[in-house]
Design a protein around this ligand. Structure first.
Ligand code: ZN
Length: 277
């Protein structure tokens, strides 16, 4: 009683010019089994010319990447998530090495990092998996995409101590305030902003988003999670990036079109996609 019903606006009525990129989505799983083709068609119609699909380990990569065979606009990231730290074995690292050697659509190691929110994996194992995959990214000379939840100091100290200041690194799913943004930016890294920037309570996040240099900002969905308003609570999908772009543009005092194209260009540069999308 008394609750206003959310109007679920069709993202295609808010489509932006072709050239946007969703830097981080998980479209290979069962959440998108029945309608993945429709989801990718909507992504394109909404103005996305690229989508980064994140595989959470070499098994998923090897068994699922074929679902994108007819979608060259989808580029790939591969990493063992901190919640799966126990899966980071010599064998899986070798499988990742092999994957990067044979699949040019793989553009970054990630998402890797630390997650102290969930209790799925002991911290010592998370630190070990993080360090080993940092070494792998450096060995392969590819960009890094970081997942960090409730572990900001440990994550930053690990990266700084291991000499990753200035390395091509994207802080995925940024949810912090101005102080965290400044520390990330001072290391020369990029920041990717997800749907929760649209949630009314996240004023500090919008404040942080306003101070990111225009050439270091990317957009993402983290589909199927974290749908932006007005789809909050539903399955997220790349086309909904247009709502995130709208809020980020407002926070920065620029037009959604300019913001969209600038973030897309940053993603293409960061992931080395210039020819692809
Ligand atoms: Zn993710």
């Amino acid at each position: 009683m008394g609750h206003k019903k959310t109007e679920r606006i069709d993202p295609l009525t808010r489509a932006l010019p072709s050239g946007g990129v969703d830097s981080h989505a998980h479209l290979d799983g069962p959440e998108f089994g029945p309608d993945r083709e429709d989801v990718l068609a909507r992504a394109r119609a909404a103005g996305l010319s690229g989508v980064g699909n994140v595989f959470l380990g070499p098994e998923d990569f090897n068994t699922r990447r074929a679902v994108f065979d007819r979608h060259p606009e989808v580029f790939f990231l591969l990493g063992i998530h901190p919640c799966d730290g126990q899966r980071c074995t010599p064998e899986s690292l070798e499988a990742m090495r092999m994957a990067f050697a044979t699949e040019p659509r793989l553009r970054a190691v990630g998402e890797i990092g630390l997650d102290f929110h969930w209790q799925d994996c002991p911290r010592e194992l998370q630190f070990k998996a993080f360090a080993e995959q940092l070494d792998l990214a450096r060995e392969l000379d590819v960009p890094l995409v970081i997942h960090c939840r409730d572990a900001e100091d440990d994550c930053l100290m690990t990266l700084e101590a291991r000499g990753f200041a200035g390395y091509p690194l994207l802080w995925h799913c940024f949810g912090g305030g101005p102080a965290l943004a400044r520390r990330i930016l001072n290391n020369g890294w990029h920041i990717s902003v997800p749907g929760p920037v649209t949630y009314p309570a996240n004023a500090a996040l919008r404040e942080a988003v306003a101070l990111i240099p225009a050439d270091r900002l990317l957009l993402e969905t983290d589909s199927p999670y974290l749908a932006p308003v007005p789809w909050r609570g539903r399955r997220n999908e790349p086309a909904l990036t247009v709502f995130t772009a709208q809020t980020v543009a407002e926070a920065r005092g620029v037009s959604p079109e300019d913001l969209w194209l600038a973030c897309g260009k940053n993603a293409r540069r960061f992931f080395g996609l210039e020819a692809a999308c």
